[in-house]
Design a protein around this ligand. Structure first.
Ligand code: PEP
Length: 248
């Protein structure tokens, strides 16, 4: 049985004061019956997350990582630096990075490898655009995106990744995939994980992301292959994030 996992993606939001309030609110409302949870904060706030959350049930992580280990890569943040701040997770291949920063599946795979090498759990984000869904290409698109990562990692590392299915047309739009639509894609992804390591695939968390909110979380989380959520907008309010964590 996979314990549900709910990860907040703050994107480029927050301030020291606002984060302190949000983290205190989450910590105050979290109960043992909730899902495992984490927040992925902007890099400058990782030290604040570490100070506020160390020893708590809330893990923290980053939203991106360099594919390079160290050196002359101005502006980039390495996986070792994230590990230095005790990050557990790092998002790789979020659709906003793929779209606005032209990240290819090959680059995303290199980032996942770099994260694993530093002992971090890469949250590999995959998802189709509306045009791709309408053209019947959903499964092919997500398989290509996950496939690049699976090709780059060893079978022994399959158990060390998290996958997030985030249909691009559902992110920040208020439109959500129906539970069955999401389940169908999650099943495809789990089958693909099993092609690499049949045993590990059953234990890998596959999260759904895309306008998951308190009022639709329970239905989505009830599907057999939806193991949690990657939450954008609703992760910025403690009450909403807590409601999703406790929705299953
Ligand atoms: C996201 O950015 O990962 C996301 C799922 O955003 P939202 O929940 O706002 O759709």
């Amino acid at each position: 049985m996979r314990r549900k996992l709910v990860i907040g993606n703050w994107k480029m939001n927050g301030s020291r004061a606002g984060n302190a309030e949000l983290l205190a609110g989450i910590a105050a409302g979290l109960t043992a019956s909730g899902a495992a949870c984490a927040v992925c904060a902007p890099a400058p706030y990782l030290a604040q997350c570490q100070a506020a959350l160390q020893g708590s049930a809330i893990a923290w992580g980053a939203q991106d990582v360099s594919a390079h280990a160290a050196g002359a890569y101005t502006g980039e943040v390495s996986a070792a630096m994230l590990a230095d701040f005790a990050c557990r997770y790092v998002l790789v291949g979020h659709s906003e990075r793929r779209a606005y920063h032209h990240e290819s599946s090959e680059l995303v795979a290199k980032k996942a490898v770099a994260a694993l090498a530093a002992g971090l759990t890469p949250v590999v984000c995959v998802g189709e655009t509306l045009a791709e869904r309408e053209a019947g290409q959903t499964n092919a698109v997500v398989r290509e995106q996950l496939g690049a990562v699976l090709e780059a990692i060893s079978a022994g590392d399959v158990a060390k990744i998290v996958v997030a299915y985030e249909p691009v047309w559902a992110i920040g739009t208020g439109k959500t995939a129906t539970p069955q639509m999401a389940q169908d894609v999650h099943q495809v992804l789990r089958a693909q994980l099993a092609e690499k390591d049949g045993q590990a695939a059953a234990g890998v968390h596959i999260l759904y992301g895309g306008s998951m909110k308190p009022d639709n979380a329970k239905e989505l989380l009830s599907m057999p292959d939806i193991d949690g959520g990657l939450i954008g907008g609703a992760a910025l309010k403690a009450a909403d994030f807590l409601a999703i964590i406790h929705a299953h």
